[in-house]
Design a protein around this ligand. Structure first.
Ligand code: ADP
Ligand code: MG
Length: 431
């Protein structure tokens, strides 16, 4: 006759293998409540598997490892009523006999008891929980053994005692140890995410207050100068102009910050990429002239995309400004667009100072700038968040001393769902 211990050990190894599959599954998808839901499913599937690999002692008595998922699932997830009911129902399929009624009574009471103590159990320390689960399993096993000895004393008594007193507690020990490890990991990860967020906010706060304080301090100085009653009109006008500029630059920092912290697209409209790019180039032409940068543009066709036009504008102002600023001794800025049936690709290329690998990696970090006092280190971060919100992509290629290419792709807005006002007109937009 086959040994019960061997059967139980085989059963246990299946439960452990299954646990690893479920763990991998839970790791893969990144929803929040995933571990809990996956764990519930694991215990239900394990219970069914316990029955599949059960050991039939007599007509009435079926032995298996069901107490392992029952005890752990009940204690850790508080689902013992579901598991208990499942045990009773499956046992019913094997026959409504004496064994069934005993199982129903036993698991009915045990379900209630485990469900009742589960909240208390979860408040204990990790070590205590493991020891407690093992203890409960040991006790339940003992009860089953005593019941067995009374109902139908088995032939190989030693094998039975060993199988029940050793295998289920071992299984519970292994599984609860793993669960504790997973719980610790999940908690740690949550804490890490929170800390990272806090750090980002702190960094932003520092960057913002630093950036806003500069223009405000200088604005304050000019207000003081303006207080002088003897100031002539020309000077007064000049100071007011500077004042306005300083306040505008403070406003821009706030605008950038808002775009970063609220990257959702607010107004969705269909607009033409090339037209928008030309507008930006016109806007930045004085700055390009100042740096002796020649601007070239080359558009293969006219393309429409859907999104927030203003944010798109802000995004490319930042990128093109960076490109111009990377060529302090002059150079060529080329802006181009290409499209296929699904995507439009926009390239912003400069022949500027370029970036090292490390610099490219740090791009987009808040406050990261190589421009000293002149830089805010917010531009690329804003660009990233806008492109992400528009479901686009960014690629950066750069070589020190040769220049940089920023490549963007966005989904093309299909003509078929374009309304009459957004119709494509073919005109040459070459500049
Ligand atoms: P800022 O322009 O205020 O420095 P950004 O976030 O716009 O801040 O840019 C961060 C940094 O990335 C810049 O300081 C610069 O070092 C680098 N960078 C961005 N674009 C380019 C480019 N086209 N060529 C070279 N370096 C660039
Ligand atoms: Mg910039």
């Amino acid at each position: 006759m086959e040994l019960l211990t061997v059967n139980f050990l085989f059963n246990l190894s299946i439960l452990i293998v299954l646990l690893f599959f479920f763990l991998m599954w839970a790791e893969k998808s990144d929803e929040k409540n995933n571990y809990r839901e996956t764990a519930k499913l694991y215990f239900i599937v394990s219970l069914v598997l316990c029955y599949v690999f059960s050991y039939r002692l007599t007509e009435d008595i079926v032995l298996d490892l069901r107490i392992v998922p029952f005890v752990i699932g009940g204690l850790y997830l508080g689902i013992s009523p579901i598991l208990g009911l499942l045990i009773i129902v499956i046992r019913g399929f094997l026959g409504i006999d004496n064994g069934f009624f005993i199982a129903a009574l036993f698991y009915g009471v045990a379900s209630w008891f485990i469900w009742y103590i589960s909240p208390w159990f979860l408040k204990r320390s990790s070590k205590f929980r493991i020891m407690f689960s093992i203890g409960v399993t040991f006790l339940v096993s003992l009860l089953i053994l005593v019941g067995l000895e009374i109902l139908s004393p088995p032939e190989h008594s030693l094998d039975f005692w060993f199988a029940y007193l050793f295998v289920p507690p071992l299984g519970v020990a292994m599984i609860s140890y793993l669960i504790e490890g997973i719980r610790r990991n999940v908690l740690l990860r949550q804490r890490l995410v929170k800390a990272e967020k806090l750090e980002a906010v702190e960094q932003m706060g520092a960057a913002i207050s630093h950036e806003i304080r500069n223009p405000l301090t200088s604005a304050m100085g000019f207000v003081q100068l303006l207080e002088d009653d003897l100031l002539d009109l020309d000077k007064r006008k000049q100071y007011l102009n500077i004042l306005k500029e300083e306040l505008q630059s403070a406003e821009k920092v706030i605008q950038d910050y808002l775009t970063f912290s609220k990257p959702t697209i607010e107004s969705v409209e269909v607009f033409q990429v090339e037209e928008e790019l030309n507008q930006i180039l016109k806007l930045l032409q004085p700055s390009a002239n100042w740096y002796s940068v020649r601007v070239e543009s080359d558009y293969s066709s006219l393309n429409y995309i859907q999104g927030d036009r203003q944010k798109f504008h802000q995004c490319f102002v930042n990128v093109i400004k960076n490109a111009i600023e990377s060529m302090p001794n002059g150079g060529i800025l080329s802006v181009s667009s290409r499209a296929d049936s699904t995507h439009v690709t926009i390239k912003i290329q400069d022949t500027g100072v370029g970036m090292t690998k490390d610099q490219i990696e740090r791009l987009g970090e808040p406050y990261y700038s190589t421009k000293g006092d002149k830089g805010t280190g917010l531009g690329v971060m804003v660009v990233n968040s806008i492109v992400k919100a528009m479901k686009g992509t960014i690629r950066v290629k750069s070589k020190v001393g040769e220049g940089t290419v920023f490549t963007f792709t966005f989904h093309v807005y299909k003509k078929s769902n374009q309304n009459s006002s957004g119709q494509v007109k073919h005109q040459d937009l070459r500049m």
